[in-house]
Design a protein around this ligand. Structure first.
Ligand code: GAP
Length: 529
């Protein structure tokens, strides 16, 4: 277990991500584009492995066989819906009218802030002096504001000398005497304004107001609008879930913290439909199982927490009195605080109701549950029609990858690479590497044979690396930075006694095992046996 807050620097992690081809700035050769990131060869495979693990444990083998609250198997089916839908979908869901963040601009520095991320300080009891704004959760911003206030007051101030309040609590007059987090002048912050996060585009060539469409801000609505299709065309019955992964787009006011808050990102969402009477049990089930899943994929330790929402945090769709929780990770840039990886929300029947009642949808979305209702004369239930409640475990794939990168990053001054990536073998982008010690004397041929064997067996799970060049130390160092769990080296002895050297990434220990045991060794290491 590692405490990312004390031992790891985000700059170091980002630099390794660039150097080793995990993540690049999008459009880098043109100076980049704020809030967009591309994944390189290792990052693309890492991301695919995390998505595949989710798909396997949600769609193919729901909850790894763990039964639901009543002891029945959990039932989930997948869909893959469009990024662009009829714009009325987003009217009904509330996104066109209400998906807003409050935004504040600084006229001096041209910086833009989320108003709800800004806090202010002034000297205790002093109503007349300047007020200094700082970015919450950013120690440097707080310290700078405290220093500026001290300079203005001509005395050294500590935390005990100041009052703090959210910027959104300030009056217009108070805003006029506020100094922005990065500003020198007073009164350069604008009043908070609502900013809609939906990305607009136009359908067809004419590009008039009538042709406006939106890139989806969440994959969830594609599921809700297909609820009836899935019920009518498959043999699912409530309780069941519909799952999907895919891109979502939000025109974030302040994209920041590497991929954490991006404008284009990928989600992994489940909408789990159940009767309202069973919703609380399903909520607790999903909350606990999703936490366990993130732990099993490599985020076990104090950096991962499950946090129930306070009442005033509940989203507009959350049911009164029902639970909503976040699974949060302590990233180096949030430490000592945490950032959200996945939300588990009790959405009631808010969305199905909204789509059913939109004047243009014209579709009843009620479900006929033949297991419920009064008993008929024949002793069978008459059936009950209802809009199911929904429990929604909604995870961010890019945030998951980022948490896994931060957790895996392990400084080790003893190694030539000075760092290794301790990925859980299930998500490691390179599963194994095969190296001939030298590029001659029959070793490359033997290495090629083992490489082919491993590609055939495990190539569908990730890359099997082989590389005949450079010193063996350099090749191990590269694999340490890539997080490859096992390196196999073919040397002179392999040709005489049929053994190979295997090097363990986490301990850097080496031992010899028979060539013929390598496949079984990797299978065990990857948890496949
Ligand atoms: N359907 C519910 C929904 O979309 P959300 O909390 O807004 O809920 C779910 O998003 C997850 O998507 C978050 O927990 C986070 O992991 C991810 N996410 C949201 N906004 C993001 C952004 N701007 N960049 C990267 N990931 C984001």
């Amino acid at each position: 277990m590692s405490d990312v807050s004390t031992t790891k620097s985000m700059d170091d992690i980002m630099s390794l991500c660039k150097r080793r081809g995990f993540i690049y700035q999008a459009s880098e050769i043109y100076g980049g584009v704020n809030g967009f990131w591309d994944y390189g060869p290792l990052g693309a495979q890492l991301k695919k492995n995390l998505r595949d693990a989710w798909w396997q444990d949600i769609v193919m083998n729901p909850c790894q066989g763990k039964p639901g609250p009543k002891g029945d198997p959990v039932s989930i089916v997948p869909v893959d819906t469009c990024i662009i839908q009829n714009p009325k979908v987003w009217e009904a869901s509330g996104h066109v009218g209400g998906f807003n963040d409050p935004m504040v601009d600084c006229r001096e520095t041209k910086s833009r802030y989320r108003a709800d991320h800004l806090f202010c300080m002034g000297e205790k009891g002093d109503k007349s002096g300047q007020i200094y704004a700082f970015v919450e959760n950013n120690d440097a911003s707080f310290d700078a504001a405290l220093k500026k206030l001290g300079k203005y007051k001509k005395k050294e101030l500590t935390k005990d000398d100041i009052d703090i309040c959210p910027l959104t609590d300030l009056s217009v007059d108070e805003l006029a005497i506020t100094v922005g987090p990065d500003a020198k002048e007073v009164g350069t912050l604008t009043e908070p304004r609502a900013f809609n996060l939906m990305f607009k585009t136009y359908l067809g060539a004419t590009a008039t107001e009538d042709d406006i469409a939106y890139l989806r801000p969440e994959t969830a609505q594609g599921i809700f609008i297909n609820f009836k299709n899935v019920v009518d065309t498959t043999r699912v019955s409530v309780p069941f879930g519909i799952a999907q992964t895919g891109k979502a787009f939000r025109n974030e006011v302040t994209p920041r913290n590497f991929t954490f808050r991006s404008r284009e990102f990928e989600q992994m969402e489940i909408e789990f439909f159940c009767h309202a009477e069973e919703a609380n049990d399903w909520y607790a089930f999903w909350r606990d199982w999703r936490m366990q899943w993130w732990q099993e994929i490599g985020l076990a330790g104090e950096n991962l927490i499950l946090r129930e929402h306070d009442k005033d945090e509940l989203a507009h769709y959350a049911k009164e009195g029902a639970g909503t929780s976040d699974i949060e990770y302590r990233f180096p840039f949030t430490a000592p605080g945490y950032g959200e990886l996945e939300g588990i929300a009790h959405r009631s029947n808010y969305d199905l109701n909204a789509h059913q009642n939109h004047p243009d949808s014209n579709t009843k979305l009620e479900y006929l549950d033949t297991t419920r209702g009064e008993l008929a004369k024949n002793g069978q239930p008459k059936g009950e029609r209802y809009l199911p409640d929904v429990i929604e475990p909604s995870a961010g794939l890019d945030r998951g990858v980022l948490a896994i990168l931060c957790e895996a990053y392990t400084p080790d001054p003893e190694r030539p690479s000075k760092v290794f990536m301790k990925f859980h073998p299930r998500v490691a982008p390179i599963k194994a590497a095969v190296f001939p010690l030298v590029n001659k004397d029959g070793m490359p041929e033997k290495a090629a044979e083992l490489h082919q064997l491993l590609v055939k067996k495990f190539g569908h799970l990730g890359k099997i690396e082989t590389d005949p060049k450079q010193s063996i130390g350099k090749r191990y160092a590269r694999m340490d930075e890539a997080g490859c769990p096992f390196c196999f080296t073919i040397d002179g002895d392999t040709l005489t006694d049929g053994t190979v050297t295997v090097r363990d990434r986490d301990t850097a220990e080496q031992k010899r095992i028979p060539f013929d045991d390598v496949v079984q060794f990797v299978a065990t290491g990857l948890g496949l046996t």
